[in-house]
Design a protein around this ligand. Sequence first.
Ligand code: SAH
Ligand code: SF4
Ligand code: F3S
Length: 469
Amino acid sequence: MQLPDYKEARKRTREEIKKENYVINQNAINIGLNKTYHVKTYGCQMNEHDTENIEAMLEQLGFVKEDNQDKADLVILNTCSIRENAHNKAFGMLGRLKHLKEETNKDLVIGICGCMAQEEKVVNEIMKKYKFVNFVFGTHNLHRLPYILEEAFKSKKQVIEVFSKEGNIVEGIPVRRASKFKAYVNIMYGCDKFCTYCIVPYTRGKQRSRDKDDILREVKKLVEDGYKEVTLLGQNVNAYGKDFNSSYKMENLLEDVAKTGIERVRFMTSHPWDFTDEMIDVIKKYPNIMPSIHLPVQSGSSKVLKLMGRRYTKEEYITLFDKLRTIPNVSISTDIIVGFPSEDESDFNETLDLVNYCKFDNAYTFIFSPREGTPAEKFKDMTTLHEKEERLYKLNEIMNKYFLESNKKMVGKVVDVLVDGQSEKDGMLCGYTDTNKLINFTGDVDSIGKIVKVEVTDAKTWSLDGKQK
Ligand code: SAH
Ligand code: SF4
Ligand code: F3S
């Protein structure tokens, strides 16, 4: 048994990060024969991509995917810790699974992984109150799943293996991609920014960039396999390469990825601190780097930004924002937290001022959620939940107005759309524009997986309507 330890997770050492190759556990190779699996994913794209690895490892062991959770022999919850409600959702689901195991499927095997598995308190609770959970593994030992499963299937005991400290970068973990034409590619793991509210540096460990040759090999293979779009993933992609003091930075990687000829390159998430002018030049130079940038601001008050540990002021954010706006046809989205401890009405009004200036194309907005073990958990918070909810409502109202405005500007234009599939709306297709706007449109089913021209006919707050040209 190996349990998570928060003190260890907080540490950052100068130890060199090594690379190792994934090796399949030969003893586990038939464990999944005649069995089905279902993985439920919470949280960010990083977790979604981890699930693609988990599913491929399970299939190597003989398991077959089952879309209906209630019918699966093995259920894994890939969890997220970012806010309280992500926690609650996963624990709620555990309640359902307990019922399922007691009432209908006594042999059900249940596993928990992801960011919640890195939390000391969560694992202690699972050991005490959720004894029906068969195994727990963390974000640093995903590649060990076949070994953990071998133990879980053989022993009657709860198997817990969570490493507090990040290990090597593991290459060659198999992947079962959810799409045949859009792919996530990790370029870095972890985060060293330690924003005071955020749990990610504890659950994902030190920032480690992946070797550029491994990244480029993966992208070239995706091009060969007919993929149209890659999204380069990291908590803080602009800091790529900084951890190994390389002169090869994000702008160089972006350029090399664009040169592979893949039709669309996206990247996320960008922290304003590391966004360089050189990156902006590269984005302008390559038409296959999509003009869509997610640039979380979190707050429009420099006082609050300082308490958040974001390392930029409102003015610095706006200077960068203005530079990004020089990219032709660019769309810029953001994240905002309201109700951070000590945020008062005037700080909140500064956030509204910033939003009125930037007129973002899209945004995710949240009420501050204290996370155990982070500095902000201990900050004095005088604002009531009711006030915070009112701020969120007001903010969303203003932001929605700008989303609609930005969408309306597109009506009548013809845009490039990578077609994802059938839309939820009857008989329509859906996909994303180069600027990352969702569009539902009438068109040819054969276009799925292709980039096609679509004329925008109508605009809503969250999406566009159109017809294929
Ligand atoms: N690495 C990214 C963000 C990852 S988390 C970045 O730095 O921009 C995604 C978003 O969740 C954050 O941008 C933030 O707005 C929100 N978030 C993170 N921790 C939070 C917390 N404790 N309470 C509320 N929102 C939070
Ligand atoms: Fe969290 Fe800040 Fe790192 Fe983003 S940059 S993952 S918000 S600590
Ligand atoms: Fe959640 Fe972990 Fe991603 S906390 S947002 S799943 S990095």
